[in-house]
Write a protein that binds this ligand. Sequence first.
Ligand code: MG
Length: 417
Amino acid sequence: MPDLIASVTVQDIRFPTSLEKDGSDAMNKAPDYSSPYVTVTTQAGLIGHGITFTVGRGNNIVASSFGPDIEVIFSDFAGFCEVTHHVKTRSDPLWKLLVDMEPEKLVSTIDFRYLEDALTKEEAIAILKSMQEGKAEREKEMKENGYPAYTTSCAWLGYSDEKIIRLCEEAMAEGFTRFKMKVGSDLQDDKRRAQILRQTMKPEHLLMVDANQKWEVQEAIDWMRELVHFNITWIEEPTSPDDVLGHAEISKALKPLGIGVATGEQCQNRVMFKQFLKSGAMQFCQIDSCRLGGVNENLAVILMAKKYGVPVCPHGGGVGLCEYIQHLSLFDYIAVSGSLENSCSDVVLHLYSHYKQIIFFSSFNGYSQVPGYSIDMKSTSLEEFEWPTGKERQDLFQKGIYKPDNEAIGPLWYLYN
Ligand SMILES: [Mg+2]
């Protein structure tokens, strides 16, 4: 007898990251990294948690969607629910379930509509079968060494020079060899901060930069030509995340300079990824666990990336995203790509302590063996940071640092009412 969902609740969780400029970039000067936190309970007593990521007040909009239309939302995720059901009954973490699944079964969970000109079911099955050999060794390797990661946490745009140096040195002491810096507001400032990082890092370490969609196409090309001396591995989100042809133009112009284009964190479906991959518009494929519609859609993209020879480097710069993407990275390496060349995952260190799951990347001990794809926030964090009633929030209100937000969801709310 099938188990049924008995209740769904949502909490509005916001962390005051803007106070320290954590998460600041060229488009978001003072974000409060936040997440609607959903708890689903089934009639059999199973409990699952899920989040998505916002930069503050957008939380209202997402949280309010969990109203009368909730059944429609869940029906969209039927395939995902099937996967989670299997996970629960097998007591495996999601990555392990995917790695062990028969190729035909795994491919049956993917919607190939509109993908046939890029990847067929038969090709997907052939890819998975061709990678069966060596899976056990790669799984063992991951358990022993962890998955390679880079850190975004030491060079947010609003950080002082002293803080960048201190955090970079701390990250190196933890074992990081790849670093990402936010760029795009002021060219001279970018040059100065890149210089600081390069002087702190070792020569062989990798430096990536992220413009968070700030530029026009030609502006992106010109700006990156100015930064070429800093030996940049990739420029992330140089322009509008929807501009496939613009990304292709930037990729073509920067290729002779040895700079790749990374994008995908705002890419909302497999068809967009198909266009990016087929047109040579991305050299690093940054899937996002929350932006795409569930695990199944990510499986389609991971397999397409394999066919087009583009490394998958998931986006983790948010709340709880690292805890999710470890499953996708492990599946990608063990069962699909079989290569760590140019592959790495995003790690953001400043909020992971709020979650029970352990991130399974190099520089961290252990990894999640919790069944499923759930993400559990610690009860103390929920109590402190729920908006607007949490203890930490009330304290910030009393000090006058924040004001309670009683304006529903801002301009959109007024437009539709
Ligand atoms: Mg980014």
